[in-house]
Design a protein around this ligand. Structure first.
Ligand code: PBG
Length: 324
């Protein structure tokens, strides 16, 4: 029915009616806050490219987690910076590693907060790649065993969910297998199933001190040009035992979020990555955009595209807005 019978503006005339017909909602329940745990004592280093984010040592992490929980955010995801990096990424599966200690500290202080751990080798390897290197190549199958050890050590320390982000083939299957074998059959795997080789990770690599010392991650992370391939990645991870699917990055990958939502019935998480965060912060600070409004619009758009969960450095600021 054409104008003037149809007038879309009737349902936009005031805030109450707009609320009534709103199709998408955003809540603190949707958010996951990334925490970067570092070694040492009393450390709270500002990350210059990610204003508002810090590297925090184990002794300060539980307090930070409590802040997150009190804002109504249900979960954190932990990344670690070990004191020593080597060619086997041993800091990743050290029972006394920074993440393992952080899990315990958080679970002691705020047991209801869900602790997710990023399972990857890049932060723990001296060369910064996500797997074992031989002759300049990242070896797939040799890396799987290390990832499984890392996942187990996180589970033993008390992690609620493990999230492999390395993009080695077959890692969900081996992690599921080993978790089950060790009695952790109730620990879900949140898989970074569609993770692209993206320049949007730039600020995170400074934050996590994980920039590869040579080459790039294009031989294991996905090509940003590929859309159908994401569905293949996701279906394989589901077959291997994934419980939640992550699409990463999020902002320029909304089509992938939407495809995954349409094609599978598992919860979908969007990773609103560091570069996406830093752009908003920088433009907001310069006064070019209203940083808070743009942040809320971006998060809502990710929900609208199909995300059930959003991993975001904006979580604290967004929760403060949502709790107003
Ligand atoms: C580890 C990992 C990365 C991110 C999350 N896990 C870095 C990378 O793959 O280079 C990026 C997070 C972000 O940019 O916010 N593999």
């Amino acid at each position: 029915m054409p104008f003037p019978i149809q007038r879309h503006r009737r349902l936009r005339s005031n805030s109450a009616i707009r609320k009534m017909v709103r199709e998408t909602s955003l809540s603190t329940n949707d958010l996951v806050y990334p925490l970067i745990v570092t070694f040492g004592k009393g450390v709270r280093n500002k990350i210059s490219s990610m204003p508002g984010c810090f590297q925090i040592s184990v002794d300060g992490i539980a307090k930070e987690a409590e802040k997150v929980y009190k804002l109504g955010i249900p979960a954190v995801i932990l990344f670690g910076i070990p004191e020593h990096k080597d060619e086997q990424g041993s800091g990743g599966y050290d029972p006394k590693g920074v993440v393992q200690q952080a899990i315990k500290a958080i679970k002691d202080k705020v047991p209801e907060l869900i602790v997710i751990t990023d399972v990857c080798m890049c932060e723990y390897m001296s060369h910064g790649h996500c797997g074992v290197i031989k002759d300049g190549k990242v070896l797939n199958d040799q890396t799987l065993e290390l990832l499984a050890r890392e996942a187990i050590s996180h589970a033993k320390a008390g992690a609620d969910i493990v999230a492999p982000s390395d993009m080695m083939d077959g890692r969900v299957a081996i992690i599921r297998d080993v978790l089950d074998e060790k009695g952790f059959d109730d620990i879900p795997i949140m898989s970074y199933a569609a993770k692209y080789a993206s320049a949007f990770y730039g600020p995170f690599r400074e934050a996590a001190e994980s920039t590869p010392s040579f080459g790039d991650r294009k031989s294991y992370q996905m090509d940003p040009a590929n859309r159908r391939e994401a569905l293949k990645e996701v279906s394989l991870d589901i077959e291997e035992g994934a419980d939640i699917i992550i699409v990463k990055p999020a902002l320029s990958y909304m089509d992938i979020i939407s495809d995954v939502k349409d094609n599978f019935d598992l919860p979908v998480a969007a990773y609103n990555v560091s570069g996406e965060y830093s752009m908003v912060k920088a433009a907001g600070k310069a006064g070019w955009i209203d940083g808070t409004k743009v942040m809320m619009e971006i998060l809502m758009s990710m929900k609208r595209a199909g995300a059930d969960i959003i991993i975001t450095y904006h979580a604290l600021d967004a929760a403060k807005e949502l709790n107003k």
